[in-house]
Each structure stands twice: as C-alpha cells, then as structure tokens.
Design a protein around this ligand. Structure first.
Ligand code: PLP
Length: 282
C-alpha cells in the first residue's frame, strides 16, 4: 500500500509517526473520509472544500495548494491501482514539534492520506439499523471535522453494547446528528434535519440529500426535530459517505413507522445510487 505524506509517497509500512506529533498529543488536526466507487472519487470537491473550511477554522495553513492536493489524490489512486470500491482517509495535523499548547513556530502542517478497499454494506442499506439516543456532549464547533473524536467513539461503543449500529445524539432533546452520520426524520412526505449550524458536521451526503430532495419535489426542511417526535415519525434515516443512506428501524425501544425501511428513504437510496453511478445487480 502506498501512502501520501508530507515527504511524498511512501510504502505504508515505512511510515512512522513522531511521538511529538500534534495530531496524536492534542488531536490538533482535521480529516476527511472520501468515498471511491469503481476507482473514482465521489463528492470529491465537496470534501476538499470542507477540508479547507476545517483547516481555516483552526488556523492550519496547508503546505500544499488545492490544485496540488487534487493531483496528489489522483496519483494516490493510480499508485495503489484502485479500480473498485474503496475509501480514502486523509488528515492534516498542525505538525510535529516539542509538546507545548501554543502553535509551534516554523513547523509545517503534516498531511497523511491512504486508500483502502471498502465494499458497500448493502445489507444494512436494505434491512436498516437499530439506534440508541444519547445526550450530545460534544463541543460547540462540530462543523469542524476535527480529530477529537472521543465523544463520538464512546457514543458508537455505547450503541454497539446495546445491539445498535448508531447513536443518535441530542442536545436537551433536540436531535443534532449521529456519532458518525447525519440524522433525518420523515413525516407526511417531508424530510426534516438539523440546520447546518456549528452544532453539526455538514455532511457531504447531507448536501447531496438536500439537492436530490429539491430536484424531486421532496420538501427538505432544515428544522431540528425532538427525540419525542420519533414516536410519530413515518421514517428515520442516517447518512454518511461510508454508510450512504441507512433506514432506521428502531430508536431505543421505539419502532419507527411500521418497522420497515420507508418509502422516501428507499427513493433517496435509489436516487443516490443513480447520482453516484453505482451499478446494482437486480
Ligand atoms: N456527522 C458526523 C459527526 C460524521 O462523523 C460524519 C461522517 O463521518 C457525518 C456527519 C457525515 O458526513 P459525510 O456525509 O460528509 O460523510
């Protein structure tokens, strides 16, 4: 496997992290996960733009131009001979320097990226998932895709220990998003989701869902819903680049709608596959 680093392309086995890497010691960095279908990036521009917004928000000055980055990412796929479904993980940290909270002087940001084969989990897409709800204890800048994922990691583990696949987070009862996904409620043919404020990560798939809804006359309403509203929902679904669009069958002990993946969720899955050029065997 070939990885991209600030020293250029290296074999994955050759990469070592300096102990005093700020990404490790402070979580001082940002990242992206980008989906690849049949060897082609999907929503690449949206992810790169978000990466730049995340870096700007925490004052990381990238040691590469946007054009260079696109070129590196292109080369990374070629060097790894990626032709099937995969995902790219990319992170930019503030660099390596003696441990000190202040930003280091004369230290450049570090870029790391690698690609990994990854097949679509069509079982979950077809059959849906169970979820739990948890208080959203994260900070107020969740729009930054930061490396500080401890609350997300703990929430996901809590879901797993309760035989659920995702945790739906809420602030005082108002649903923000999932531990690694955005959350939506469907009622009377309308899709509701938390507005893209600083309290949530504005998902690239969320942007696509908004576009698909607008294009197909499905009302897309950026209004946060309550955990209590789920009892009266027709459908609930979650989205992310990795998982795509997952129907939610259960939230805690509440069965969503009739307990089957909903009509709008299925329609959006179909439109999403079409948009991404995903071929499905029928
Ligand atoms: N919200 C959180 C907290 C996430 O970690 C993610 C992705 O992992 C998302 C939302 C979905 O973002 P995207 O659609 O860009 O993958």
């Amino acid at each position: 496997d070939v990885m991209l680093t600030e020293k250029g392309f290296v074999q994955k086995e050759e990469l070592t992290y300096p102990f005093e890497e700020r990404g490790l010691q402070f979580g001082d960095g940002v990242y992206e996960v980008i989906r690849i279908y049949e060897g082609r990036y999907y929503l690449l521009k949206e992810h790169v733009e978000r990466l730049y917004r995340s870096m700007a928000a925490i004052k990381i000055y990238p040691p590469f131009s946007e054009a260079d980055l696109y070129d590196y990412l292109d080369q990374l796929l070629k060097k790894n001979g990626v032709v099937s479904d995969a995902k790219l993980y990319l992170q930019v940290t503030r660099g390596s320097a003696p441990r000190n909270h202040e930003f280091p002087l004369n230290t450049g940001a570090n870029l790391y990226a690698y690609v990994k084969d990854f097949s679509r989990n069509t079982d979950l897409m077809r059959n849906g998932i169970n979820t739990i709800t948890l208080e959203d204890i994260r900070w107020e800048w969740c729009y930054i895709k930061s490396l500080n994922l401890l609350p997300n990691v703990i929430a996901k583990q809590e879901a797993k220990e309760n035989d659920a696949q995702e945790a739906i987070l809420h602030k005082n009862g108002l649903v923000t998003e999932g531990s690694s996904s955005n959350a939506y409620l469907v009622r009377n043919g309308k899709v509701y989701t938390h507005p893209a404020t600083k309290r949530i990560l504005g998902g690239c798939v969320r942007m696509k869902i908004e576009e698909l809804c607008n294009r197909h006359q499905i009302p897309f309403i950026e209004e946060a819903f309550q955990v209590e509203d789920i009892a009266y929902a027709d459908e609930v679904f979650m989205t992310s680049s990795t998982a795509e669009i997952l129907p939610v069958l259960k939230v805690d002990t509440v069965t969503v709608g009739d307990g089957e993946p909903g009509r709008i969720t299925r329609e959006l899955q179909r439109l999403y596959e079409e948009d991404a050029g995903i071929r499905t065997e029928k």
